[in-house]
Design a protein around this ligand. Sequence first.
Ligand code: SF4
Ligand code: SF4
Length: 453
Amino acid sequence: MKKCLDWSNYHDQGMGDAYADIPKHGGNFAKAISVCINSGVCQESNNRGVMCPSYRISNDPRLSPGGRVTLFKTLLNQDGHAFVDNPELAESLADCVSCKGCKRECESNIDIAAIKVEYLAQRRQAGYRSLRSWLFAEFPYLLYRFPILKASIALRNNNKWLAKLGGQLLKINPDIDLPQPAKNPYRDDISQQQRNLMSSELADDPRCVVLLIDSFTAQFNPEVVDDAIKVLTAADYHVLTIHPKSLGSKVIIDSGRSLFSQGFIERTRQQANDLMSILKPHLLCNRRIIGLEPSALLMLRDEYLMLNLGEEATGLANNALLFEEFIAREKVAGRFKADFIAINTNQNVLIHGHCHQKAVGAMKSMRKVLRLIPDLPFTFIEASCCGMAGSYGFEAEHAKKSRLMAEQDLLPALAADPNAMVICTGFSCRHQISVLGHRQVIHLATLLARQLK
Ligand code: SF4
Ligand code: SF4
C-alpha cells in the first residue's frame, strides 16, 4: 500500500515503542494504529475532556478510538486494501469528528483523526468520490473565486424549498443555516511590494510578528482580524499580515484545513507549499506566526509534518502560535505591553474551547489571557466536541448525532447561564452555538479589543 501521508515520523508519545499486535500489512501506518494497547480507557463512561464524542452519544464500542483500531487491525491483517471497501469501517469512521481528543487523552495518544485522513485519501484513490465532499473541501477557495456564492447561501438560508433541494441533491442538512459570509471579506490595502519593504525594514525587530489570516476568518469574521491587530498594535507589536489574497487573485493563501479533512492530500500539499513560500522570509527572521482560528493555525504545527514538506515545515511548526498562546507567552516574558479595563457589568463570560485548542493544551493560555482583564468573572464550559466539527454538522445523515453532541454538555451550560457573554475562537463551534444555542458568540480578540485601556 502506497501511503498518502508520511507516517515515517509517527511515534507514540505515551508508550515509547510498545506497539501492540502490529498488523501484517500497512507498514508505518499500521504501526500508528498499533499504539492502541486495548486498555478500554476510551470506552469509560466517566471520561472528562473531549474523547470520544461519537462513543459518548452512542455507547457503541465500534464508535470509539479503540473500536476503530480493532476494525482496522482485522482488515490490515487480511491485506493492505481490505479496509478501503469495508462498510463497517466506513460507518465507524464517518462518525469520527476528527476532534483529536484521542491524540491527547488516550494513554497511547492514538491519532484517529490523522488515520481517518489517510483512510479518506485511500478511498478517493480507489474511486470513492462525492460532489459534497469536494464542495466542502474547496469551499473557501470557491467562495473567493465565485463571490456569487454569498448570495446563493443567503437565498438557500431564507428559502426552505431550496434548503430541501440541497438536502436531496447534496445531502446537506436542510434544517440548519449555512454560515453567511460577511459582505466584505478582510482585505488590506498594502501591496505585496510595500509589505516586502516593511518586512525587510523590520528584519531585526523582535517585536515584528506575522498575523496569518485564514480564509474562514477573512471571509466570515473580518472584524476579528481588525480586533486582533488593534490588540497586538496596542501592545506595541509591529503586525504584518498574510491573508488569502496576499499574492493577488490567482493564488489563495490558506492552510488547507478543509482540503485535508476531506482527504485531498495533493491539494493540501499545494496549499501548504504556497503558504510556506510566502512565510519563508519571515521564518528566516525567526518571526512568530500568529493564527486566530485553531484548526487552521494548528495544521501548521501538526498535519504539515505529515505532508513531506521538508525541513522548513519543522521551522514553521516551531514558530506557529495561536493568538492566546502568543499573548500568554509574551505576558509571562514581560513583553506584552497592553492594559485592559474591567467590563462595566457583572456579566459572566462563558468560554467554549475548540477541540483542537484543547488537544494542544491551549486552554491554559486562554485562562492566562482572560485574567488580563481585571475582575473578569469567567467559566470554562466542560464539554466535548460541539458537534459541528467542520462539515459534520452540515451533513444530513449526521444531523441528529451532531445535535446530540451539542446537547450533552454545551447547550445545557449555555442554557444555565442565559445572560453570559460567550467566547469561542473556533469558527465551526461559533456557528453551532449560534444555530443550536441561539446565542451570539465573539472571538477572544474582540473581547480584548473592547476592553483595551
Ligand atoms: S485507543 Fe487508547 S484509550 Fe482506547 S483502547 Fe486503545 S489505548 Fe486504550
Ligand atoms: S478524533 Fe475524536 S471522534 Fe475521532 S476517534 Fe478520536 S476522540 Fe473519537
